[in-house]
Design a protein around this ligand. Structure first.
Ligand SMILES: Cc1cc2nc3c(=O)[nH]c(=O)nc-3n(C[C@H](O)[C@H](O)[C@H](O)COP(=O)(O)OP(=O)(O)OC[C@H]3O[C@@H](n4cnc5c(N)ncnc54)[C@H](O)[C@@H]3O)c2cc1C
Ligand code: SF4
Length: 514
């Protein structure tokens, strides 16, 4: 039992922010607790690299806190004392150690927020919460910004954020004269600039993998020789940021939407795990990019920097705001009433559709796919095929190294599956093979023919695309951004339309064999 008043502070696995004010000064009266629990390994079937990365980063963070003079309790998955849920472990520690106060950082997930609030209400000691000091906006700020509006337009939020944080601003005007350089960006890969080798780490996580296996935790995907390529310390995360800014950022915007069969990362930063675990601060990432714009030789074009800043200052903060605005309704939304089962090849990559085969296989091998692969390959196909958004969510929440519900859910349910009915996206992100052919080299070596809409060897994306619009006409035809699409469909010869719909029916009945 503690003789004097003492505080137990909980640090969750995605709260590894060494710069947080909690850690400015060590104190004998404060114990920090980090725990590896079944509650977190089992709420979804996660990629093995994801579980290993979080545990490795938590263990390194605990060591770092000890080095800084803090008192740390660390519960490993296999510890006999580990009760395997946050609630049970906190109650147990309070009883065992006699803490007089419990404090926690505001969780980013609704599920944990609810759980910890209930725990705090049930404890006989004083409880306090603290902000994570990570995001650039508060949970409720987006809702306040869009108050009274039907749609939440990212662009207006982003411009507000640019002004508010004085990022890429020339007094009250956007630097370079434009807010948005999308038109100059987003080209297919033309080989003009060689793709830099990715900076990969060699973190040996053998003991973690063995412990996960020993405890029978169900995971998906692969890990090569128990070596984790993702950054798990702040030093590694900073090294990756440095490497990105110097080597990769100069072509980030140009090839942001490009996809390549032989390359899984192209010009992307792969910083999402470091950001989401809070090893890195969003503002320091943005500032590293804008500093490079001012100082780097040869100079980096504004469209590369703006394209990158938009992702973090815009999309990342926006998605977090959307999450706290639309939860808990968002996690049950299903605008199109889709009920289909996720095809088995999402778990194996075993399909003849080359774009899906490449994207899924890479996701299983690296726990990573870049944004356009997630949105326009796996997400696009799931939406066209009418898969239940719950199954789609479960898949995205498990497979990616950066998947945490606050960012996964708005991206999947709202942006990719349009399950919110269009509060986030102004129209469903679907495409036929034409877009995939234009932005990638996948179609060139595919069994299917990207030009064919029906008949032997026709690309499934084509017939499913028209079938999607045809079956959801009532819900979509009033959308001005889609009206032209319906005009093209209506102009098509009736026998052709019937052939396309018949083809789509065949493909939908045989999704697993495509
Ligand atoms: C269906 C779907 C599911 C997704 N699930 C997740 C997820 O679980 N976790 C996650 O972090 N991102 C998710 N994203 C967003 C995006 O795909 C990833 O952030 C990005 O691919 C991570 O790779 P990167 O670090 O190389 O990103 P880069 O392309 O280098 O971009 C830089 C950073 O910008 C931020 N960013 C970019 N786009 C988005 C976005 N749409 N929303 C939020 N942040 C963004 C990320 O922090 C990213 O690290 C999802 C997107 C889709 C379409
Ligand atoms: S032809 Fe169709 S299935 Fe094949 S890679 Fe292209 S879009 Fe994908």
């Amino acid at each position: 039992m503690k003789a004097k008043p003492s505080i137990l502070r909980l640090v969750l696995g995605d709260q590894l922010n060494e710069k947080h004010s909690w850690f400015h000064q060590p104190s004998d009266n404060v114990d920090y607790v980090l725990m590896e629990v079944r509650q977190e390994t089992d709420y979804a079937v996660h990629h093995i690299q994801k579980v290993a990365a979080f545990f490795a980063a938590m263990r390194s963070f605990a060591e770092r806190l000890r080095e800084l003079g803090h008192r740390v309790i660390y519960m490993r998955l296999e510890d006999p004392d580990n009760r395997q849920t946050l609630t049970d472990n906190i109650q147990y520690l309070i009883e065992r150690e006699g803490f007089s106060q419990f404090e926690y950082l505001l969780p980013d997930e609704y599920r944990l927020d609810t759980q910890l609030q209930a725990l705090a209400r049930s404890l006989p000691i004083q409880c306090r919460t603290e902000d994570t000091q990570h995001f650039l906006t508060q949970r409720e700020e987006l809702a306040e910004f869009f108050q009274g509006k039907k749609r939440y337009l990212m662009e207006s939020f982003y411009r507000w954020m640019r002004k508010r944080t004085d990022t890429l601003m020339d007094q009250d005007k956007p630097a370079g004269g434009k807010w948005n350089y999308d038109q100059k960006n987003r080209q297919a890969y033309d080989q003009k600039i060689p793709v830099p080798d990715p900076m990969l780490f060699e973190n040996d996580v053998t003991d973690i993998v063995q412990s996960i296996q020993k405890k029978g935790v169900k995971t998906l995907g692969n890990i090569r020789a128990h070596q984790l390529i993702w950054p798990v310390t702040r030093d590694q995360a900073l090294a990756l940021l440095d490497y990105f800014v110097i080597t990769v950022l100069p072509a980030f915007g140009t090839y942001q939407d490009a996809m390549l069969s032989t390359n899984w990362h192209l010009f992307h930063s792969r910083l999402s795990f470091a950001l989401n675990s809070k090893l890195l601060d969003p503002l320091e990432v943005i500032q590293a990019a804008t500093k490079a714009w001012k100082t780097q030789k040869p100079p980096i074009e504004i469209q590369q920097i703006e394209g990158f800043v938009r992702q973090i200052l815009g999309w990342r903060e926006y998605m977090r705001g959307i999450y706290w605005t639309l939860m808990p309704k968002l996690e049950n939304s299903n605008y199109f009433s889709h009920r289909g089962k996720l095809p088995a090849f999402y778990w194996t990559g075993d399909t003849r559709m080359n774009c899906l085969q490449k994207t899924i296989t890479q996701s299983l091998n690296y726990a990573y796919a870049h944004h356009i692969q997630r949105l326009m390959i796996t997400g696009n196909f799931a939406l066209l095929a009418g898969i239940d958004p719950q199954a789609v969510d479960d898949w995205y929440l498990g497979i990616y190294i950066d998947a945490i519900q606050w960012v996964e859910l708005p991206n999947t349910r709202a942006m990719s599956q349009f399950a919110d009915g269009g509060q986030v996206a102004t129209k469903p992100y679907v495409s036929s093979a034409r877009y995939i052919h234009a932005m990638s080299d996948y179609c060139a070596t595919c069994t299917y023919d990207w030009k064919k809409r029906h008949g032997e060897g026709s690309c499934p994306f084509n017939s499913l695309y028209w079938d999607f619009f045809n079956r959801h006409r009532e819900l979509l035809q009033k959308n001005p951004r889609i009206a032209m699409m319906y005009r093209s469909w209506d102009r098509m010869d009736s026998s052709r339309r019937q052939a396309i719909l018949k083809q789509a029916r065949e493909y939908k009945t045989n999704l697993n064999t495509l």
